[in-house]
Design a protein around this ligand. Structure first.
Ligand code: PEP
Ligand code: MG
Length: 601
């Protein structure tokens, strides 16, 4: 696994533009009693100026890009309005008789201390927000002008330590060819915006700002997640070709957008999209998704000051339901815990979080949180085709209990006369080995199953999916994984319960072939960019070949044997894109949803 994180595929070639967002250097000065009120006034003015600047950016962005994504700026504006922040700063100025800059810095540090013990990605992006907002106020106090991306004249590649929401929101596709940052991750604001605007980007590079200089030529490879500084002519030519191929590939693939995914001998499977925030529905539709197979709703909970309320859930899912007109959307209930935490649930600090209070366990432990979300989903189900699905089910009692809570919520809504889809379908994710061997039992309690291969592989092979040390052992083609998958698909088939795939195996052609060959798969949900590639593949193969190959693979004894067999067989049934199906690459790389077009380069 790489340290950096690619967010938005594509290749950008251009010149470096360093955006200086380093923290202002603040010194401590003692002030006299007679200057205290002036100092407080100076602080208040900087605060108002900062608010006014952000509001202006917001208004402008609203005109340019509509109201989507503005919530990130709103969060920053809210922070500036936070009474504790200004009260603390003012009392530090009064009590310690220090300059306003120092007082604000102290106040910020006090704030950040609260998060010190927690080291997960979401909390660190919350910390980043606080810092970014306060640096703006500090810059205004010391009179530093903040350069704006709105002023860019030439198209450039932005290099920055990190980007603020106001930076990303002002980015213009014609002026920002790509960007690369030291900080950030897939779920950081920067990450989300890059993927929403489809700007090639690589984040989390740690020290790119130290290595790059203004005006350097640079290549940002958002496909492989790498950045090349001052490339020589040969490298430049290679990437130019890669860029052209990628563009061509995307264009060609989009041509098949409105075609169905059906094998040459008539086996049909629905291709759906995984999304992580509601605005991604539009992107999914553009790539030909026939529905949403997995809406990971965690984003509603993170980077927030408080838990989302029922109305926020309702409006968000209603947006999904109304925008995805051509098919259904599956809203997965909260899957926090494991590798994603929020402070309110206190599930952080567990010794073994992947095996701890995660997913449905957390929901059943915090029925208040669970019910709020269920009410939101049910109310939204009146406005479009929604299904709901529980993550991390490990036993029948858990599933029954979740359904019991759901029934309670339904009864409450009915009593109040609030409309919802009374027949809403309810599914269980099959992503624990335990669930996978009792699929027949779970069938009585679920309308559908969706296989979460990411966690299923993690728990089956006892490999922490985010631990780089054991990444080499994370093998979707391990015979145990394949047998378990076959078992799930067969058991569900016998019970007549439809099965879908929503883990990353679904976005890989070779893995898709095997899954299809294992039985009747109703749908496969994947990251939106993978849909055209999988569709093209499915349309060119025969279902009977998939069945034959899957059968043979299930009889093989080791990963090596399986890979060897596949590298011989796949070119026979799909000769056209032979190098696109390097089995070694597929097997190792499918863990990253971001690695999508590599095979075509
Ligand atoms: C999975 O585990 O395969 C899955 C789709 O869920 P997540 O990646 O959100 O855990
Ligand atoms: Mg999972």
């Amino acid at each position: 696994m790489k340290e950096d994180s690619t967010l938005s595929p594509g290749i950008a070639i251009g010149r470096v533009y360093i955006l200086d967002r380093t923290k202002p250097c603040i010194l401590r000065h003692s002030i006299q009693d007679s200057h205290i009120e002036d100092e407080i006034q100076r602080f208040k003015e900087a605060l108002s100026k900062s608010k006014a600047q952000l509001k202006e950016i917001r208004e402008k962005a609203k005109k340019d890009i509509g109201s989507k994504h503005l919530y990130m700026l709103d969060a920053h504006i809210m922070m500036l309005k936070d009474a504790t922040l200004s009260e603390n700063t003012i009392s530090i100025i009064r009590e310690q008789k220090v300059n306003a800059e120092w007082a604000l810095k102290e106040s910020m540090e006090g704030f950040l201390k609260k998060f010190e013990r927690i080291s997960d990605e979401y909390i660190s992006s919350r910390k980043k927000d606080i810092e970014q907002v306060i640096y703006r106020v500090l810059r205004n106090m010391i009179g530093h002008h903040e350069e704006s991306l709105a002023d860019l004249e030439e198209p450039v590649i932005i290099i920055a330590h990190d980007l603020t929401p106001s930076d990303t929101i002002q980015m213009k596709r014609e002026k920002v060819l790509g960007f690369a940052t030291d900080a950030g991750g897939k779920t950081s604001h920067t990450g989300i915006m890059a993927s929403a605007f489809e700007i090639p980007a690589v984040v989390g590079l740690k020290n790119i700002t130290e290595r790059a200089k203004n005006g350097d030529s640079i290549i940002v490879d958002g496909i492989d997640g790498s950045v090349i500084l001052s490339p020589d002519n040969e490298t430049f030519q290679i990437f130019l070709k890669k860029q052209q191929r990628f563009k061509y590939y995307e264009k060609e693939m989009l041509k098949t957008r409105d075609l169905q995914a059906v094998t040459k001998d008539g086996q049909r499977v629905r291709l759906l999209s995984n999304i992580e925030y509601s605005d991604e529905v539009d992107l999914a539709i553009r790539y030909g998704a026939e529905g949403i197979g997995l809406y990971r709703t965690e984003y509603l909970y993170i980077n927030k000051d408080s838990l989302p309320g029922e109305e926020e859930h309702f409006l968000d899912y209603k947006k999904v339901a109304t925008r995805m007109k051509s098919g259904y959307s599956i809203i997965r209930t909260l899957d926090l815990g494991g590798d994603k935490f929020i402070s309110e649930t206190k599930s952080d600090g567990e010794g073994n979080p992947a095996l701890g209070l995660r997913g449905i366990r957390l929901c059943l432990n915090r029925i208040d949180i669970f019910k709020t979300q269920l009410r939101g989903i049910l109310r939204a189900s009146h406005y479009g085709r929604l299904k709901l699905m529980y993550p991390m089910i490990s036993g029948i009692d858990e599933l029954k209990e979740a359904n019991r809570v759901l029934q309670e919520v339904k009864d409450e809504l009915k009593l109040k006369g609030i409309p919802f889809d009374h027949e809403i379908e309810v599914g269980a994710m099959i992503e624990t080995p335990s669930a996978s061997v009792i699929v027949d039992l779970l069938s009585d309690e679920a309308d559908f199953f969706s296989i979460g291969t990411n966690d299923l592989i993690q728990y089956t092979l006892a490999i922490d999916r985010i631990n780089e040390q054991v990444a080499y052992l994370y093998q979707p083609l391990h015979p145990s994984v394949l047998r378990i998958l076959k078992g799930i698909i067969s058991s569900a088939g016998k019970k007549g319960v439809p099965v879908s795939i929503c883990g990353m195996m679904g976005g890989d052609p070779v893995h898709t072939l095997l899954l299809l060959g294992m039985g009747n798969i109703e749908s496969i949900s994947m990251d939106p960019h993978s849909i055209p590639k999988i569709k093209k593949f499915i349309r060119q193969i025969l279902y009977k070949d998939a069945v034959r190959i899957a059968d043979e693979v299930l009889s093989l004894r080791s990963i090596d044997e399986i890979k060897r067999y596949l590298s011989e067989e796949i070119p026979k049934i799909y000769p056209e894109d032979i190098e696109g199906h390097d089995v070694n690459r597929s097997a190792f790389l499918n863990r990253k949803e971001e690695v999508i077009a590599e095979q075509y380069v």
